[in-house]
Design a protein around this ligand. Structure first.
Ligand code: SAH
Ligand code: SF4
Length: 420
């Protein structure tokens, strides 16, 4: 519930002359207030050591205790201090009196006919008595891998015109615990912990030891507008003695927050995906209004300088296929030219429609021709197959139930999704 009108900011210095003030971004209006008994999930090793200090664990023991708890949390998925059999009974009781191992609460779980799973998670709001927030987290299984798509914010402060999440008004940054918590929930539900009973069902990976082998930060929110929390969470996910997902299997997608791209490379070291979607500033200003602040040239310069960039570690450029908007064959040729010299993959994403949108997905024939031009120029150009459309889990359709679709809208959406 908002008591203030939505605040907007715009940067007049980059305003196109003559037009109205561009609407670039909203301001987050909500803060996170920790519960009385905080969860240990999402604390760094140093923060965990501090937490142990507050309950009187002597300095000489802290490192070893951190190691033990880390293992129980992130290798075995302990949900309860009592499970930590290598930790003394006394310390377990002391910890349980002050902390929890809570993950975000699961409100609903849906499994698509193609095996995609989506969890609706509940997070506390800022003010007591207010409706809590809901975010979604999606698991996409393939034969040889399982990719978990994480959200980084409730809603998004940016307002990309083709994105459903951008229409949500209320925004709050997630905490590292809430971001890591999404991984915990998925692995809990899939039985993806050492010694746990593994889930069975349609579409789950049949190769590899892990159900969750890859992470993409491509759900709700702009991760580089919640930089510290996303960084801290991803460093936990990559920690070799815990969740241990290699940084090469972690991809962060940004709409182009240029100053934080270099930071992501230096401080996280994960793979980068950039939501490009247009080859001209004029059009990109409209599709991704953040382009008014950080135009294409600046964005590509940041990409060229991304640490660790090589043919083996390419940047993925995402390009949503919007009928008669950005899908001409001249656009495809211009795209190839624009990216010349950058080790890149180009990911064509069929637009996922949502009720009330003014865009349509490009015709399949056009997507194929577009893809062919890119392929002939020497780029891999996989078309990202929409997954989980029947449960509304596909790109850009993640929008929390705090702004629920009516049953009719849902049906309309399903019908659209099924008939393309
Ligand atoms: N905020 C980040 C990450 C989340 S969006 C970003 O914008 O990159 C993840 C991807 O889905 C982005 O490439 C985004 O542009 C794309 N997307 C958003 N809405 C979409 C829609 N309706 N159909 C297809 N892709 C969409
Ligand atoms: Fe935010 Fe990304 Fe959606 Fe743009 S596409 S509104 S940056 S979530």
């Amino acid at each position: 519930m908002m008591t203030e009108p939505l605040q907007t900011t715009s940067d007049s210095s980059t305003m196109p002359t003559g037009g109205p003030a561009p609407f670039v971004e909203k301001t987050p209006l909500e803060r996170y207030l920790p519960p009385a008994k905080p969860s240990l999930v999402g604390l760094s090793r140093a923060q965990l050591a501090e937490a142990l200090a507050t309950v009187g664990v002597p300095p000489a023991q802290r490192k070893m205790r951190v190691q033990q708890i880390w293992h129980w949390l992130y290798v075995r998925g302990a949900r309860d201090f009592d499970a930590m059999s290598s930790v003394s009974k006394e310390l377990r009781a002391t910890l349980a009196a002050r902390f929890t191992l809570a993950r975000p609460e699961i409100v609903a779980e849906q499994t698509s006919t193609d095996g995609t799973r989506k969890w609706l998670l509940r997070l506390p709001g800022e003010h007591a008595g207010e409706r809590p927030h809901e975010i979604e987290c999606v698991y996409i299984p393939e034969t040889d891998r399982g990719t978990l798509c994480l959200s980084s914010q409730v809603g998004c402060t940016l307002t990309c015109s083709f994105c459903h999440t951008g229409t949500q008004r209320l925004v709050r940054n997630l905490t590292p615990g809430e971001i890591v918590g999404q991984i915990m929930v998925a692995r809990d539900r899939l039985g993806d912990w050492l010694g746990a009973a593994r889930a069975s069902g349609e579409g789950l990976p049949t190769q590899g030891e892990r159900f969750v082998s890859n992470i993409v930060v491509m759900g709700m929110g702009e991760p580089l507008y919640n930089f510290e929390a996303v960084r801290d969470a991803l460093l936990i996910a990559a920690d070799g003695e815990g969740i241990a997902i290699s940084k090469r299997r972690i991809t962060l997608s940004t709409s182009g927050v240029v100053p934080n791209i270099a930071r992501a490379g230096a401080e996280i070291g994960c793979m980068l995906a950039v939501s490009l979607h247009a080859v001209r500033d004029e059009l990109r200003n409209e599709l991704v209004p953040l382009n008014r602040k950080y135009p294409i040239e600046q964005l590509l310069e940041a990409c060229r300088n991304y640490p660790g960039l090589s043919n083996a570690r390419r940047i993925t450029f995402e390009y949503v296929m919007l009928k008669d908007v950005n899908d001409s064959l001249a656009d495809a040729k211009a795209l190839v030219k624009l990216l010349a010299g950058i080790p890149a993959k180009i990911n064509l994403i069929p637009f996922n429609p949502w009720p009330g949108t003014r865009y349509e997905c490009s015709d399949w024939e056009r997507i194929e021709k577009f893809s062919e031009i890119i392929f002939n120029a020497g780029y891999a150009s996989p078309v990202r197959t929409p997954r989980g459309r029947d449960i509304l889990a596909a790109c850009g359709q993640l929008k929390s139930a705090s702004e629920k679709l009516s049953a009719r809208e849902r049906l309309a959406l399903r019908a659209m999704a099924m008939t393309d």
